[in-house]
Design a binder for this molecule. Structure first.
Ligand SMILES: [Zn+2]
Length: 174
């Protein structure tokens, strides 16, 4: 068990350095990545050896989530739930993660896209207040590599509560 504790500490170190928002949509900071990778590698080995450790699966799920691998995070958490079906907290966590994963997939933007959009909107909204439209968001899509998927992206952004540029900053990016 001391080994799992070590991995858990590594994960916590990585998480503290990651500086991600509540949705884990930002890529983890560069400093955090080595810790997260070490934790993930160790946890993967651990669950191979001890597949009945619900805690190890949960930690692995977190490591994957911090690294923005939502599908892998979901699979790991499902294994944890399978071992511990009566744990209500775990079930709640699974429901939440499923929701995040769905949103992330729907948005179809990389963390780099999101950061670029964030900078663009912050700069524009400093010069002019939000006029309750998505004018700058759409402008950014036009000049980004996503321009061919514009209507899909706009719809996904609206589905996540981004109906104007300031809401995109508040509800979609953070
Ligand atoms: Zn607004």
């Amino acid at each position: 068990m001391s080994c799992l504790l070590k991995l858990q500490n590594e994960l916590i170190k990585g998480q503290k350095l990651a500086m991600q928002g509540s949705y884990q949509r930002r890529a983890p900071s560069k400093k955090a990545i080595p810790h997260l990778l070490v934790a993930r590698k160790g946890l993967k080995e651990y669950v191979k050896q001890y597949p009945n450790s619900s805690l190890a699966w949960q930690l692995l799920s977190l490591a994957e989530e911090y690294l923005l691998n939502y599908n892998a995070a979901l699979t790991a958490l499902q294994s944890a739930v399978f071992l511990n079906e009566k744990d209500k907290k775990l079930l709640k966590r699974l429901a939440l993660l499923t929701e995040y994963a769905g949103k992330w997939q729907e948005l179809d933007m990389t963390p780099e896209h999101l950061r670029s959009l964030e900078t663009y909107l912050q700069e524009r909204l400093e010069l002019r207040l939000c006029d309750h439209t998505l004018i700058y968001t759409k402008e950014w899509i036009d000049i980004s590599t996503l321009h061919r998927k514009k209507s899909h992206i706009v719809k996904a952004i609206q589905n996540q509560g981004g109906f104007c540029d300031c809401e995109v900053l508040m509800n979609v990016i953070d």
